[in-house]
Design a protein around this ligand. Sequence first.
Ligand SMILES: O=C(O)c1cc(C(=O)O)c2c(n1)C(=O)C(=O)c1cc(C(=O)O)[nH]c1-2
Length: 248
Amino acid sequence: MLSRPPLDRESFEARLRAIGAARYHDRHPFHALLHGGQASADQVRAWVINRWYYQSRIPMKDAAFMSRVTDPALRRAWRSRIEDHDGGLDEGGGLRRWLRLAEAVGLDPGYVASGAGVMPATRFAVDAYVRFVRDMPLLDAVASSLTEMFAPKIHAERIEGLLQHYDFADETALSYFRTRLAEAPRDVAFGLRHVLDHADTAEKQDAAADALTFKTDVLWAQLDALWSGYVEPGRIPPGAWQPGEGLR
Ligand SMILES: O=C(O)c1cc(C(=O)O)c2c(n1)C(=O)C(=O)c1cc(C(=O)O)[nH]c1-2
């Protein structure tokens, strides 16, 4: 049987980018609400609480990834991702910057960091991402991080929209996003090159595209959950954050 040839580098990159264009969560209506200034204070708080769970698991999934990598060069290139989020012993890092945002929107950072009030669907989606990276082929795990190709655009839109529409927004509150604008392009350049270099069969290209699609689902599902709990119909699941809780 004739095997199907892989796409050339350019066409394969275009295939990956088309997945983002069609499915990335910048298209989700929750982001239109948030960036357009129409989200209520409690809807912004619900987003900050739930998105914390995603942030908190990113360095854990990167540690799970690194624990499986036998090539020291790949580990060297990857480990800054953990440092970006965890920071040093005393300061720095995306997690602490996210908690500044939590404070700015009126939440107790200790409450947010405890993970109490995270919606069950958020937990399921994010945990599925960590498991995917832990269990799937390394190439698929790298490909699943490539939603970050599309993140700088949404971070820039978010900084602009929040500064324009919300009193809480200032450079301290938004420092998480400002910092990601500088960090993400380095990760994307490495991750994309790695995937283009290693997906050298049609089957590996399919698997990488599927991994990226899976990741867009992880992100989209979190916003669908947020929408159903805090926008329409506003049915907050048992155990999830109730407005008024966890304020500072
Ligand atoms: O605000 C966003 O829309 C957004 C999306 C994503 C993403 O696409 O997964 C990440 C981030 N932000 C982000 O800040 C971040 O550090 C990050 C790491 C990763 C990853 O999969 O390793 N994605 C993302």
